[in-house]
Design a binder for this molecule. Structure first.
Ligand code: SF4
Ligand code: SF4
Length: 241
């Protein structure tokens, strides 16, 4: 190995590098778990399962008009494309998202919505100026609602854009969460459940105890909450120290 490889403790073999990714992830997880365990009050169940969630740390900024224009153009395009879709395609082709094994019935657990609130929408960064909306989303709405003219649909979506939202996140991602009503959201947004939420489901279903749920930035916990199926029972927020 070269001097640099010796310092890194890793050669350039692609297989070694692939294995190292998993190893580093496990190491970071171990550090995070240790930091979380240090924060747990003595009054909380000692053997509670621990779920780890990310935490949105973006700044709130005014939504720029160029972003609204980008959304308008996207909506105009998908509304036209929606009209051209054959009926058979609309039923099956709305893009799906992973739930990390959480079943639809488990996804209704109020604790999961509470956990997303603690995380403050880290995953919404993927929404950009199109919010995962696609022609099949428009066709779903058209099936569910009485007939609507295209400009009315576009105007309705634009009405929900907040004045202030998180920088570099979805155009609908505002301080108190997603501004779009569920029915107007894409299937991706309505379906996606991150790995941390799956850990909460496993933790709560595998034990009669509540579950510890921590939001982290890097390896450091920001908030540590005790939750049961109905939501947050107790919470410790980081004081920044
Ligand atoms: S799904 Fe996960 S990453 Fe997305 S808001 Fe909820 S807890 Fe955060
Ligand atoms: S539409 Fe709502 S749920 Fe979907 S990415 Fe944007 S803010 Fe998040």
């Amino acid at each position: 190995m070269s001097t640099l490889q010796r310092i890194r403790g890793l050669c350039d073999n692609p297989e070694c590098r692939r294995k190292d990714v998993g190893f580093q992830q496990e190491r970071r997880r171990g550090t995070t778990m240790e930091l979380i365990r240090h924060r747990l009050p003595a009054s909380w169940p000692a053997n509670a399962a621990v779920a780890v969630l990310p935490r949105n740390s973006r700044q709130l900024v005014p939504i720029d008009v160029t972003r609204v224009e980008a959304l308008r153009q996207h909506l105009e395009r998908i509304v036209i494309e929606a009209e051209a879709l054959p009926d058979a395609e609309c039923e099956s082709k709305e893009t799906s998202a992973t739930t990390h094994g959480v079943e639809p019935q488990q996804a209704e657990m109020p604790a999961l919505a509470a956990a997303c609130g603690l995380c403050a929408g880290h995953c919404c960064a993927t929404g950009g100026d199109s919010a995962w909306l696609e022609p099949t989303t428009i066709r779903r709405l058209q099936r569910q609602l009485p007939p609507l003219a295209a400009p009315r649909i576009i105007g309705h979506y634009l009405d929900y854009v907040p004045e202030t939202g998180y920088q570099d996140s979805c155009i609908y991602h505002a301080e108190n969460g997603c501004r779009l009503p569920r029915q107007l959201r894409s299937n991706v947004c309505n379906q996606y459940l991150c790995k941390g939420l799956a850990e909460i489901v496993q933790g709560l279903e595998g034990s009669a105890e509540p579950c510890v749920t921590a939001t982290v930035i890097g390896v450091s916990p920001v908030s540590v909450a005790l939750i049961d199926a109905l939501g947050v029972l107790d919470i410790i927020e980081s004081t920044g120290g």
